[in-house]
Ligand binder design. Structure first.
Ligand SMILES: Nc1ncnc2c1ncn2[C@@H]1O[C@H](COP(=O)(O)OP(=O)(O)OP(=O)(O)O)[C@@H](O)[C@H]1O
Length: 288
């Protein structure tokens, strides 16, 4: 029987090369409409988990333990064609820095069209209309289809990359720091856009971020990562207002102590406090 879960991650371990596992024992089930935030300091393994779930770990990254199932099918047993089908169609990935995911030599519209054609048999005027609609959906104009990435601002490039990730209406969007390179207004636009996908299309969202304010506003469930492990998870309000793990407490205290202008200091500050809580990495949860 087909699983209701879009994604089921169980006991995931990931290593880079031959060293010890960078991420271990990571579990996550995602249902349609779920909004999950993954927070933690720089180097805690958030991006590694996101890429592992998406099946796109850069070499020498590899899954050492556990399983990742997409709609009940273990990705380890999938054919290359099956995996290509997942990327973009079932799961859309949004990176922090769009300039790495856009091809500098191709017009934005061609790149959106290619993403559509990878999964749908659409051509001609229908394809042009879909490209325009995808760009409009991220508040870009039809004429931006003819632009090369370098002709757009950083925020516009990021929105173009998001248009590509969303154009095939994926069941799940994994967004890794999607707004950290953007100004506050564009951040709000992008996050609103992702929210709309969840509410109007039942798309699920996994948001990887340093920003506790972002998870507070946009995620129902929050997972706290520390040194490659999930150390706390639960309803976002509960995790942020009644943290149970010492590390989460330090994260929340540190965030509260910063004013808006200092937010970029968060990762470094946390690195210092993280040392204290290393002794206790057993995950704590919050009763529903
Ligand atoms: N391609 C790679 N090769 C080797 N080690 C890597 C690679 N990518 C990440 N790592 C290591 O894995 C660990 C976790 O990194 P990761 O990028 O997942 O952390 P993060 O929590 O996403 O950090 P940030 O918030 O700074 O993006 C770090 O120690 C990092 O050095």
């Amino acid at each position: 029987m087909a699983s209701d879960k879009v994604l089921a991650v169980s006991g995931l371990g990931i290593a880079y090369g031959r060293g010890p596992d960078t991420v271990s024992g990571f579990d996550l089930d995602i249902l349609p409409g779920d909004r999950v935030g993954i927070i933690g300091e720089s180097g805690s393994g958030k991006s590694t988990v996101a890429l592992g779930m998406f099946g796109l770990l850069p070499p020498p990254g590899r899954i050492t333990k556990g399983t990742v199932e997409v709609h009940g099918v273990d990705v380890a047993t999938m054919t290359p064609r099956g995996r290509r089908q997942i990327h973009g169609r079932t799961i859309g990935l949004i990176y922090q820095d769009a300039s790495t995911s856009l091809d500098p030599l191709k017009r934005v519209g061609s790149q959106v069209a290619e993403a559509i054609r990878a999964h749908q048999d659409v051509r001609g005027k229908a394809l042009t209309r879909m490209v325009a609609a995808a760009l409009e959906g991220v508040n870009l104009l039809e004429r931006h289809a003819r632009s090369y990435p370098h002709e757009l601002s950083g925020g516009m490039r990021q929105r173009a990359a998001i248009a590509i990730a969303l154009v095939n209406n994926p069941d799940l969007v994994i967004a890794d720091e999607p707004t950290s390179a953007l100004d506050v207004t564009t951040q709000a636009t992008v996050l609103k856009l992702l929210d709309e996908r969840v509410t109007t299309q039942g798309c699920a969202l996994v948001l990887v971020t340093h920003d506790l304010g972002v998870v507070a506003d946009h995620c129902d469930l929050t997972i706290v990562m520390h040194q490659g492990r999930a150390v706390e998870r639960g309803d976002t309000d509960a995790v942020l207002t009644k943290p149970r793990h010492r590390y989460t407490q330090s994260l929340v205290d540190c965030y509260a102590a910063l004013d808006d202008n200092d937010l970029e200091r968060l990762p470094t500050d946390l690195l210092a406090t993280a040392e204290d809580s290393a002794a206790s990495d057993k995950e704590v949860g919050h009763a529903g």
